[in-house]
Design a protein around this ligand. Structure first.
Ligand SMILES: [Zn+2]
Length: 301
């Protein structure tokens, strides 16, 4: 599943390709993904010029110059393939079925999971492919963004205004384990399972530590919480940098880009040695809220 760094990588790719372009055609091959598409989505987006591509949590927010927002969430398996004007004619033959796109050779699955297709005024095409169909697409007025049900309850962005003081305020009185709190989108957005495990390990904090133990009696953050906030930012930034460096192929704005898989310190390393200098611990796997947590019980307390 794409996490925040992967979505940020996709955002950068779409921004480079789309800003200033006009969507000349929008094709939908089904009625919806996780939710039905808005009934007038095609009419609302056709002919619109793209002003910006933003991100809030794991939602891509594409602004048009006339004040609309096209929201796109990649769900479990969504991705965009961008096809340059010079490549498009190679796929000009009509596909055998209306439910298959003709770009299947590029997008996979013979094109049968290509649910949305966008054509632009420079002749380029963007195809949204999503085999598991947990993605979301929506259109609304930018002026009403604050009251969108999908967005209104989201907590702070980890790489923007999020501080240890803010985290401390939200930790107060919470007895749930800190790992569970990190995954709660009202506490901070976009920290998924992998990066939560990594940040806790880097901070020497046990994933099972009760959240309220990270706040001092006077409400200020403990040193451990201050370090955790720093490390969440660090792991996400490092992953975004790796993602950015893989973004040289125009045709591959892919939800799987950006994983820094070879650099995980604990995630998916059960029974492996702890890689922290001076620690001879062994990585363990436990289950919290039905998700696997990886930790080193020796250096994480
Ligand atoms: Zn260790």
């Amino acid at each position: 599943m794409p996490e925040l760094p992967e979505v940020e990588t996709v955002r950068t790719g779409l921004e480079q390709a789309w800003v200033g372009r006009v969507m000349t055609e929008v094709h939908l091959r089904r009625d919806g993904l996780r939710f039905p598409f808005p009934k007038d989505m095609v009419q609302q987006l056709t002919g619109k010029k793209i002003e910006a591509v933003r991100r809030r949590a794991k939602y891509l927010l594409i602004d048009t110059t006339d004040g609309l927002v096209f929201l796109s969430h990649l769900g479990m398996s969504g991705r965009y393939t961008l096809i340059t004007p010079s490549e498009v004619p190679r796929y000009s033959e009509v596909s055998s079925s209306p439910s298959h796109s003709k770009f299947g050779e590029l997008t996979g699955y013979e094109g049968r999971h290509d649910h949305m297709e966008f054509r632009f005024d420079d002749g380029s095409v963007a195809v949204y492919t999503d085999p598991r169909r947990f993605g979301i697409a929506d259109v609304f007025l930018r002026a009403e963004e604050q009251i969108q049900p999908l967005l209104e309850h989201l907590g702070p962005e980890p790489l923007e205004q999020w501080t240890a003081q803010d985290a401390a305020r939200r930790c107060q009185g919470k007895r749930s384990p800190i790992k569970t709190t990190l995954l709660d989108q009202r506490f901070v957005v976009g920290v998924g399972n992998i990066y939560a495990c990594e940040a806790l390990h880097r901070s020497n904090i046990s994933p099972t530590r009760p959240t309220n133990k990270l706040v001092r009696k006077d409400g200020r953050p403990t040193k451990a919480l201050t370090l955790l906030v720093e490390q969440v930012k660090e792991v996400l930034k490092a992953a975004i940098e790796v993602g950015g460096s893989t973004l040289n192929d125009f045709a591959a704005v892919d939800g799987t880009l950006g994983y820094f898989g070879h650099h995980f310190q604990v995630y998916d390393r059960e029974d492996g040695p702890c890689l922290k200098e001076g620690c001879n611990g062994t990585i363990e796997r436990i289950v919290q809220s039905n998700r696997s947590t990886f930790l080193c019980p020796r250096c994480q307390k």
